[in-house]
Every structure is written in structure tokens, then in C-alpha cells.
Design a protein around this ligand. Structure first.
Ligand code: NAD
Length: 415
């Protein structure tokens, strides 16, 4: 097979599992070469009257288990290798939580802060015009990702429906509720992570009011998980954003912290709290550490200083592979991103189901069903972990890879 399209990062990530499962070349090809890669450029007339060409990507990694699913990001550092890797991770994530989907990812190489709202709308519509023949409710279903949101999904949906001449809300998820979005979608990633933590509470003897939690990042994911865990009665002792962190060993009143941040635009100067740096937050003596900001926050430089018993990876790839080894040696339990932050894609799946049936669910029903998906996945993985005596990340990969290869085998694409 032509090897030009191999995803190098995917190869590195799957290598260990490939050895454990004794995979052959055809199986490795399925796991490292995307099924379809679209690279394109499209023109947009800017506010100044100039025409500029933008580069876009859409990678549909594997669709053996169902239509591909994954977000579209707008970022100046978007590149094809990164999009391939993220599409591969989406394939694993959907398999881990048992969604009838494959994985995809897309992006446009732009710094969205440098464009007006009108320009962003034209870029969003231009992107959809390029991929419209390759997406659809039973083919590939995009969603928001870094720097894209419900407003952008609404423009993209509108462009797609104009091209097709009919309503097809299930083509895209993460939409505003009046256009077919799901209840609870905006905090689904965070509450999904909180359900995972709750499922682990007995194993790790995490008692309400006693368990101390530190959360890095106070954006959509970090703020909502801090709020939910505080509401449930856990002691959130520290939170941080890109500017600074705040700490109180007796626990912070997160509702008040949110009000303070909304009023002043910062966490600093919150009453009864001590200012700490992001490095200090990561190294606090907490029971649970929740990285919910960026990738590569725990590296070989600071891994040895981490004191938490459990790390819930809400951000994507917050721990480097070298740091992972150090933390495992220290017997720190890591709940990996592809399960911890899968709540968003589960509720995206619910949105697609609701759009397909034209029948909409209450928030209560969405959350009940989300809890079942998240806790079932934790239970299934804990069993793989015990049976195979491997760590959680290896178990997740083994579990997902087996499901994807089984689907390929049943289709006759593998012996
Ligand atoms: P966001 O932009 O809303 O928030 C990011 C937060 O991190 C902000 O508060 C920012 O100030 C803070 N931050 C930035 N640099 C920091 C640093 N060095 N130290 C501490 N804080 C820092 O983004 P988000 O949607 O909350 O996403 C956070 C992470 O979760 C990302 O890795 C994202 O890929 C992942 N994720 C998000 C979703 C989702 O549904 N939003 C789903 C899956 C994964």
C-alpha cells in the first residue's frame, strides 16, 4: 500500500498496543492510514475588499463502526499531521464509549482573532462549500472544536442546507438549541468527566467534603467541572487560568469564583484565597488533579513533583509520554482524555439521534443517558485493566482497537 499518507503520530501511539495484540501489517495500516484526506484552499473576500485564500483540511480516519465524527478547529497552527492524529483519537474515543461512529477531524489554518465576525462567517461557509459532498448525517458529522462554537456551527449548517435545498440538521452537532442543538451540550464534556470521577470514588475512597480537587484551566471545561464537583460536595481547593491561580486548602466557593471572574475578568483578588502559579497548582497536595487547559502541561520536568493520587485528563493530551511513565512508576492513577472528556461527543451523538428522529429530549433525560454511557465505559475498562494487568491508557487503546478491527473483519476488510 502507498505509505505517503501514514500518520506518524498514530503509528507511535499504537505501536505498544500492536505488539501486545500481535497485529499484522493490514491491521496496522488500518490504524495508521486515514481512509480519506481532504486538503483544499478556498477564496474569501475580506472586509478590506482584498481576496485571500485559506487552507482547510478534513480527515476521515476510519468509518468501519459508522459515519465519521469529529470537530473543526480554527487555529494558526493547524496542520495535516495534527488533524490526522486528532481524527485517529476521535476514532478511538467513539469506540471506547460505544458510539456507532468512526472518527474524523477538520480545521482551517487561521488565527480567528484577526478576522471580523463577517469574515469568520464567510470562512465558515467557504469551508463547508469545499467539503459538502463528503459530509452528511450518514457519512461524516462535524462539530465544534478549538475556537469554533455554536454560532459557527449555525452558519455551517445553513450553508450546507442551502446547497442541498432542504433541512438536514443531523449533518452537524453542537448547534444552538433553536436550530436542533441538544440540551446540556454546553457542559456535557465536564459533567461526563464528573460522572467518570464519581464511578471511581469507591475504588479510591473519595468521600464528599473530604476529597480535595485542583483544576487547571477555567474555560468551558475547567469552570464547569469545578462548578459541578463543588455542587456535588467535593472540596475544590484550587483553580487557575492562563493568568494565575487561586488556592484555599479549606475549599473555594466556585459559584462565587465564577461571579468574581465574570465581574473582574480574572481569578486574582478572590476573597479568602492565596495566589498560586500554574506550576504550583499542578504540584499541590490534592487527591485529584484535573488538567483542563492545554496539552503538555505535565512533562518529565514536573512529573516527579505531582502529589495527586488520581489525574483526570479533561484537556486533550495534558501529559507527555515520558511524564506518563514517571507518574505510573509513582503509582498515580491516570484516567486518560479519550474517556475522561468523551462526554461532549456522547451528547453530540444524542443531538444527532434527536435530529434524526425529530423528537427532542429533556435535560434530565440527556444527563441520565450520558451517565449510563460514561459509567459503562469505565466499568468495561476497569475489567480489561484487571484481566490484562495493564494501565488505563493501554486498556483504552486495546479496547478501542479491538472494536475497530472487529468491525473491519465483519465487513470482510480483514482476514
Ligand atoms: P477554553 O478555551 O474555554 O478554556 C481554556 C482555559 O485554559 C482558559 O481558562 C485559559 O485561560 C486556560 N489556560 C490557558 N493556558 C493556560 C495555562 N498555561 N495554565 C492554566 N490555564 C491555562 O477551552 P475548553 O473548551 O475549556 O478546552 C480545554 C481543554 O479541553 C482543551 O484541551 C480541549 O481540547 C479539551 N476538550 C474540550 C472539549 C469541549 O467540549 N470544550 C471537549 C473535549 C476536550
Amino acid at each position: 500500500m502507498e505509505k505517503d499518507n501514514v500518520c506518524i503520530n498514530c503509528y507511535n501511539q499504537v505501536d505498544k498496543v500492536a505488539k501486545l495484540l500481535k497485529l499484522g501489517q493490514a491491521e496496522l495500516d488500518i490504524l495508521t492510514i486515514p481512509k480519506r484526506i481532504l486538503t483544499f484552499s478556498f477564496p474569501v473576500k475580506l472586509d478590506s475588499g482584498d481576496i485571500r485564500y485559506f487552507t482547510g483540511y478534513r480527515v476521515q480516519f476510519n468509518d468501519a463502526r459508522g459515519p465519521t465524527k469529529g470537530g473543526i478547529r480554527f487555529h494558526s497552527e493547524v496542520n495535516l499531521e495534527e488533524i490526522k492524529t486528532l481524527a485517529f483519537l476521535m476514532t478511538l474515543k467513539c469506540a471506547v464509549v460505544n458510539l456507532p461512529y468512526g472518527g474524523a477531524k477538520g480545521g482551517v489554518m487561521i488565527d480567528p482573532k484577526r478576522f471580523s465576525e463577517e469574515e469568520l462567517e464567510k470562512i465558515s461557509r467557504g469551508y463547508i462549500r469545499e467539503i459538502n459532498n463528503f459530509i452528511g448525517p450518514d457519512m461524516d458529522i462535524p462539530a465544534p472544536d478549538v475556537n469554533t462554537d455554536a454560532k459557527i456551527m449555525a452558519w455551517m449548517l445553513d450553508e450546507y442546507e442551502k446547497l442541498k435545498g432542504r433541512h438536514i440538521p443531523a449533518v452537524i452537532t453542537g448547534k444552538p438549541i433553536p436550530l436542533g442543538g441538544s440540551k446540556a451540550r454546553d457542559f456535557s464534556t465536564s459533567i461526563g468527566g464528573a460522572y467518570v470521577l464519581q464511578e471511581l470514588a469507591d475504588t479510591f475512597d473519595m468521600k464528599l467534603k473530604k476529597t480535595k480537587i485542583a483544576v487547571q484551566g477555567f474555560g468551558n471545561v475547567g469552570m464547569n467541572i469545578a462548578r459541578i464537583l463543588h455542587e456535588w460536595g467535593y472540596k475544590v481547593i484550587a483553580v487557575s487560568d492562563s493568568k494565575s491561580g487561586i488556592y484555599n486548602n479549606k475549599g473555594l466557593d466556585i459559584k462565587e469564583v465564577i461571579k468574581h471572574k465574570e465581574k473582574t475578568g480574572q481569578l486574582l483578588k478572590f476573597k479568602n484565597s492565596k495566589v498560586i502559579s500554574n506550576e504550583e497548582l499542578l504540584e499541590l497536595k490534592a487527591d485529584v488533579l484535573v488538567p483542563a487547559a492545554l496539552e503538555d502541561q505535565i512533562t518529565k520536568k514536573n512529573a516527579d513533583k505531582i502529589k495527586a493520587k488520581l489525574i483526570l485528563e479533561m484537556a486533550n493530551r495534558p501529559i507527555t509520554p515520558e511524564a506518563d511513565e514517571i507518574l505510573l512508576d509513582k503509582k498515580i492513577f491516570i484516567m486518560p482524555d479519550i474517556l475522561a472528556n468523551a462526554g461532549g461527543v456522547v451528547v453530540s451523538y444524542f443531538e444527532w439521534v434527536q435530529n434524526s428522529q425529530n423528537f427532542y429530549w429533556s435535560e434530565k433525560l440527556v444527563l441520565e443517558r450520558l451517565k449510563i454511557y460514561m459509567t459503562d465505559a469505565v466499568k468495561a475498562l476497569s475489567k480489561v485493566c484487571t484481566d490484562l494487568k495493564c494501565d488505563m491508557r493501554e486498556s483504552l487503546y486495546i479496547n478501542a482497537v479491538k472494536k475497530i478491527l472487529e468491525a473491519e473483519r465483519l465487513r470482510g476488510n480483514l482476514r
